[in-house]
Design a protein around this ligand. Structure first.
Ligand SMILES: NC(=O)c1ccc[n+]([C@@H]2O[C@H](COP(=O)([O-])OP(=O)(O)OC[C@H]3O[C@@H](n4cnc5c(N)ncnc54)[C@H](OP(=O)(O)O)[C@@H]3O)[C@@H](O)[C@H]2O)c1
Length: 214
């Protein structure tokens, strides 16, 4: 299997890459700077996404994991936080990025009858609107909505799309006191990706297999 994982330099993406490689799969992992066996990719830059797709050529892609993400508005205050530039950057990375990556790799995904996994978050669920992290929550809600619409759009092509909450994970983003390790998250996600089919396309699931409210 050929797996493409965005944001594979650390955290959940790096653990996914290591686990797939340990199983003998070919992984194309990306980071913003590249190097160390990773392809350079900034998902907020359409030209960078095009260059990554050009480098892959017509290689079939069995699984694209749109994992790269940022959480920039942690702790922002409603009265004077959440600046416009932060909205633009976070939506570019967390929403436009996954869309452009899927779009650029459509021929590769169709060639393999492949699957797409969008890493959203439970913070994108409208049932958990707690009034903080407004940009991050809006971006992950949009990523969830994007995944559901891509699932519908790609159903006829046989390309299944799943949307996932990876758990609260001990990464740079999740912090040291988070509930699970990147390896636990990756192990659970890999099981979920394996059972994603055209029948379950559009699902929103947690890393440990629970259907999540939208
Ligand atoms: N950790 C959690 O508790 C948690 C919970 C729910 C959802 N999530 C989601 O899970 C995913 C992975 O999170 P994580 O905790 O592993 O985060 P992380 O440790 O902060 O790693 C983020 C990854 O995204 C990459 N990235 C950031 N901006 C990018 C850009 N503009 N273009 C390309 N790559 C970029 C980073 O690459 P560089 O090394 O190049 O910066 C890095 O590989 C994210 O989508 C996140 O929102 C995480």
């Amino acid at each position: 299997m050929h797996v493409v994982i965005t944001g594979a330099s650390r955290g959940v993406g790096a653990a996914l890459k290591a686990a797939y490689e340990a199983e003998g799969h070919k992984v194309t992992g990306t980071s913003r700077t590249g190097g160390d066996g990773l392809v350079a990719l900034d998902v907020s830059d359409a030209g960078s996404i095009r260059a990554m797709a050009d480098a892959l050529g017509d290689a079939p892609v069995d699984l694209l994991v749109c994992n790269a993400g940022v959480y920039l508005d942690k702790g922002h205050a409603l009265d004077d936080g959440y600046p416009a530039e932060m909205w633009a950057e976070q939506l570019a990375v967390n929403v436009t990025g996954p869309f452009l990556c899927v779009q650029a790799l459509l021929p590769n995904l169709r060639a393999a009858g492949g699957k797409v996994a969008i890493i959203s978050s439970q913070m994108g669920s409208s049932t958990l609107a707690t009034g903080n992290a407004l940009i991050y929550r809006a971006s992950k809600a949009a990523a969830l909505n994007l995944g559901m619409n891509l699932a519908a759009a790609l159903k006829e092509d046989g390309v299944a799309v799943g949307i996932y909450h990876p758990g609260w994970v001990q990464t740079d983003m999740g912090g040291a006191s988070a509930a699970i390790t990147p390896e636990e998250s990756a192990g659970g996600l890999i099981e979920r990706f394996a059972v994603l089919t055209p029948e379950t396309t559009g699902c929103f699931e947690t890393w440990n297999g629970r259907a999540h409210a939208i």
